[in-house]
Write a protein that binds this ligand. Structure first.
Ligand code: HEC
Length: 148
């Protein structure tokens, strides 16, 4: 009975999971196995917590949601990105010369390991190669608001 339920739950989850897009190839370009371990988990978390707004391909949505892919703002500071993921972001910011001013909600439920996995995914695709961003680094970043 219980196994049957678990089986059904897996089938339903698989059917409802986001459709794969061409960012699948981004994961395949990662060669470091430690980075890969984090990035696989990070991709799923990204799709659940960020993808609706920033999109699976990281390109954002018009003038409302800034891009993460090839974003100067994103690339300038891992510390700031980690902070934004946990605490949200309010007020005008400029990303690649374009102004954005829509609040991004905080994610109080995200644990340091999950933030580490999302960060490792995002900073090792789209031509970047920052290596593993560990949960102890994330904990350190979350203790102090970034000055940038
Ligand atoms: C409800 C929509 C929404 C969700 C979900 C969301 N964001 Fe955002 N995000 C925004 C908006 C809107 C801004 C711009 C904030 C501003 O104008 O001050 C932003 C800004 C950012 C920025 C800084 C600007 C840039 O593009 O470089 C980063 C980094 C970022 N988000 C990462 C994430 C990550 C990672 C997640 C998932 C944990 C996430 N966001 C989830 C809407 C969202």
């Amino acid at each position: 009975m219980v196994t049957r339920f678990i089986f059904l739950a897996i089938v339903v989850l698989a059917a409802c999971s986001p459709k794969s897009t061409n960012d699948e190839n981004e994961l395949a370009k990662i060669s470091d196995p430690d980075v890969m371990k984090y990035a696989i988990a990070g991709k799923t978390l990204y799709e659940n917590y960020c993808g609706n707004c920033h999109q699976s391909n990281g390109e954002g949505l018009g003038k409302l949601i800034p891009p993460l892919k090839n974003s100067d703002y994103f690339q300038a500071s891992v510390h700031r990105t980690v902070w934004i993921m946990k605490n949200g972001q309010k007020g005008e910011i400029v990303v690649n010369g374009q102004k954005y001013d829509q609040p991004m909600p905080a994610n109080p439920v995200l644990k340091p390991l999950e933030i580490a996995q999302i960060s490792t995914y995002l900073y090792n695709i789209w031509g970047m190669n920052k290596g593993v961003i560990s949960s102890s680094e994330v904990e350190k970043y979350l203790r102090k608001e970034p000055s940038l």
